[in-house]
Design a protein around this ligand. Structure first.
Ligand code: DAV
Length: 358
């Protein structure tokens, strides 16, 4: 690695090199997006009513306050572990925006993992398929400009039009266990960063209700022949984001969702495969946008230290058994907004170099 590379403010190749700088999202101003078919395909069944009734309105204030408390605890923990923490700027999510043919209001700046992808020294703004997330990078622009001035590459996918042609308005779930039917078409490239997970030269991806093949192909050519993108299909009728399904924790160590990964890809032959324990999230706890499997949505601070939800005893015990060092943090209130530690963060800089682990 050259001196210029090591000095770059953006530098991260995998999920486990020692974490130096991270962006942690915010829940301030979190707003329920307008109703749209693209949401329907991913929201939990029991949340459809809530989203219909509260479209375009802020999420309940007490939930936002509780989510904020969890985030503050998380930030303190990261700082105590020696990690530099950065935060996005709050923006008014109720301000309408649009493009020819549509208007929307926003969502939040809670999940940097969803919309920014760091591959080496490149920080990529993803062309997201949800209209409500079209301008979500606004909150991160001051940071992106700073990183660019500091020497990072700053890229963006082709700005999507998000016309009606992108969406399948007749979408219904394939109940018969048939092949995955996405709510989005191949009209133009779209992808969320969280449908990709990095493992040095190898990057794992899935097609989902926000990521199409066109988007994956765009990224493949953008990052170039130094990287290999592997596209997997899992047993998940509502795929959106890979980080509660298949999570490489360290070289040779893979965490899987045992319900969705019924066949571990051949590539991981010889790796330790850890099956995430069943989530213990109480049924009365509101989860607006995810399944309970966010118990496996953890962040590695290095090859051993892993941040785990404080009340998640089965996960804590499993990580200890597997030889990791769990660091506990309250995060259930934040979980309500659709993710856990991995979703809430973007590892901007980890101390390490580009390597092959296969
Ligand atoms: O339920 O698998 C988890 C990740 C959301 N950003 C799920 C989604």
């Amino acid at each position: 690695m050259s001196a210029a590379e090591s000095a770059c403010p953006v530098s991260s190749y995998n999920e486990w090199d020692p974490l130096e700088e991270v962006i942690v999202g915010i829940v301030d101003g979190a707003t329920v997006p307008p109703s749209h078919i693209a949401l329907k395909a991913t929201l939990p069944e029991d949340q459809h009513d809530f989203f219909r009734k509260h479209a375009g309105k802020p999420f309940p204030a007490e939930q936002i306050a509780a989510g904020k408390r969890d985030l503050e605890e998380f930030v303190h923990i990261l700082e105590a572990e020696g990690v530099k923490v950065r935060r996005p700027e709050p923006v008014d999510q109720l301000k309408a925006f649009g493009a020819p043919g549509w208007t929307s209001t926003g969502l939040y700046a809670a999940m940097p993992r969803d919309l920014l992808l760091v591959v080496g020294n490149d920080i990529i703004e993803c062309p997201m398929a949800w209209r409500s997330r079209y301008y979500e990078t606004s909150s991160y622009r001051p940071l992106l400009k700073e990183y660019f001035h500091g020497g990072a590459r700053w890229s963006a996918g082709p700005k999507p039009e998000l016309k009606d042609e992108l969406y399948d308005y007749d979408w219904t779930e394939a109940h018969d266990g048939g092949p995955f039917r996405s709510v989005i078409s191949e009209f133009e490239p779209t992808f969320d960063a969280a449908d990709f997970i990095r493992c040095g030269r190898d990057i794992f991806a899935q097609r989902s209700n926000v990521t199409n093949s066109f988007g994956i192909e765009w990224l493949r050519r953008h990052i170039g022949p130094e990287y290999r993108i592997h596209v997997f299909e899992f047993d998940d009728p509502h795929p959106m984001h890979i980080d509660a399904t298949l999570v490489p924790l360290a070289p040779g160590k893979l965490l899987i969702n045992p319900e969705r990964v019924t066949k571990v890809p051949e590539l991981f032959k010889g790796w330790d495969v850890f099956r995430a324990p069943k989530p213990i999230m109480p049924p009365e706890h509101t989860l607006y946008m995810t399944s309970k499997w966010i118990n496996m949505n953890v962040i590695m601070l290095d090859e051993q230290r892993v941040v785990v939800e404080r009340s998640d005893e089965p996960m804590i015990a499993s990580f200890k058994k597997w030889g990791f060092k769990p660091i506990l943090c309250n995060f259930r209130n934040f979980n309500s907004f659709g993710g856990s530690f991995h979703c809430a963060t973007l590892d901007v800089r980890r101390r390490g170099t580009l390597q092959s682990y296969f």
